[in-house]
Design a protein around this ligand. Structure first.
Ligand SMILES: [Zn+2]
Length: 392
């Protein structure tokens, strides 16, 4: 039996609507996954994520949880589901991205990466095997292979070398993953109807902005074989046009019968453009990170609550948004909270931003099902652009 089940329910061009079933939840795609770096979606209680926002899957970060509180603490407490009380699906990243982007002090070898913890400076080590062991201790539904993430502006030769290492690491990830599943090390195991109850493993396609390297990486990843396929190493500082070009050429070539996941992307416009090119799953820290700096996403573009023009604005953040924040609070009040350094400002804007992202994806799914996605995309992008010029 398989760990996950995936089926496409409607398609318009390359855009797909589908249903992903894991052992813990049924997820309609395209889906946006809120990021819960430290085992919490910053500032948003699980009650809100479950009830009002109805998020079916969130992310956990291996790098952060590995360093604190540590994989063994979480294992002892029964895994990340039990520890955090989040009982729907979890996807955990491999830690690779953080090691290569957050940490200056690191030593890369064939075996893995030695780095210094950003918390206490202690020497730590991550490898494909260690990453799989940590993700088994966390007990997520979807595990990501451990990959090397070269900088977005890396040249051809450097990128090729990197993706060859990533392919070897993907194979080692899968081998260790299979052993861990067999030996019952996955803390999240449950009996599930028609499914194996085990974790699923996704491979990652790298290759920066080089299309032929992307194709090569995709080929190597498919050859190893995974339950789902991700595109990594985009939205890391390259031009938008490069990201869209990679998606345009690579997403439709990814296996049709498996979910496609674009890692760490992006703005609402990016999500729509990626769905248009055949992507099914997304995650990004933007809704909560921007929420903490006073920046709100709305159906008419982005606004910053610090702007003095909102001081007497009795309207909600987004008049079209049905979320509980917009039903109750005004821009003037939220701005006052922000200016006074009240933590509730960040909480309210983060909540609204997540509602906006999840609601946008709901509209995307509905549009694909009705065969009206290309119209929806055009209207959505036009509305966003209009406001860039009027400066909402
Ligand atoms: Zn709202």
């Amino acid at each position: 039996m398989k760990p996950i089940e995936w089926k496409v329910t409607a398609q318009e061009g390359n855009a797909r609507a589908g249903i992903l079933r894991t052992r813990r939840s049924e997820i309609e795609t395209p889906v946006f996954m809120p990021v819960g770096t430290q085992g919490t979606v910053k500032g948003v209680r699980y009650e809100w994520l479950e009830n009002e926002l109805d998020a079916r899957v969130i992310l956990g970060n291996t790098y952060h949880l590995f360093l604190r509180p540590g994989a063994e603490v979480i294992r002892e407490l029964g895994g990340l589901h039990k520890f955090s009380t989040w009982n729907r699906s979890l996807l955990t990243d491999s830690g690779g991205f953080q090691v290569f982007s957050l940490t200056d002090l690191r030593k890369l070898t064939e075996e893995g990466v030695e780095f210094r913890s950003h918390i206490d400076g202690s020497k730590r080590f991550l490898s494909p095997e260690v990453s799989m062991e940590v993700q088994a201790a966390l007990g997520s539904e979807i595990v990501m292979v451990f990959d090397e993430c070269p900088p977005g502006d890396a040249g051809f030769d450097k990128t090729r070398k990197s993706l060859e290492l990533t392919a070897r690491w993907a194979k080692r990830s899968k081998d260790r993953f299979i052993e861990l599943q067999k030996s019952g090390m996955d803390t999240g195991f449950i009996e599930a109807e028609d499914l194996s109850g085990r974790q699923a493993l996704f491979g990652i396609v790298q290759g920066a902005g080089h299309l032929d390297l992307r194709r090569e990486s995709l080929g190597k990843t498919i050859e190893i074989g995974f339950d789902g396929y991700a595109i990594g190493g985009l939205s890391v500082g390259e031009e938008k046009s490069v990201m869209y070009e990679v998606l345009e050429h690579i997403a439709p070539q990814m296996p049709e019968n498996a979910p496609r996941y674009l890692m760490g992307v992006g703005t609402p416009e990016d999500l729509i453009e990626a769905v248009h090119r055949g992507v099914d799953m997304f995650d990004c820290v933007m809704p909560t990170r921007n929420g903490r700096t006073g920046s709100a996403f709305t159906s008419r573009g982005k606004l910053n609550i610090r702007n003095a023009k909102f001081a007497r604005d009795s309207e909600p953040l987004d008049e079209e948004c049905p979320c509980s924040v917009c039903r109750r609070y005004s821009k003037a009040y939220i701005r006052h909270l922000y200016q006074s350094g009240e933590m509730l400002a960040a909480i309210l804007i983060s909540h609204h931003n997540l509602a906006f992202f999840l609601d946008t994806m709901r509209k995307v799914r509905d549009a694909i099902k009705l065969g009206k996605f290309s119209r929806f995309r055009k209207d959505f992008l036009e509305k966003m652009r209009e406001n860039e010029t009027t400066g909402v």
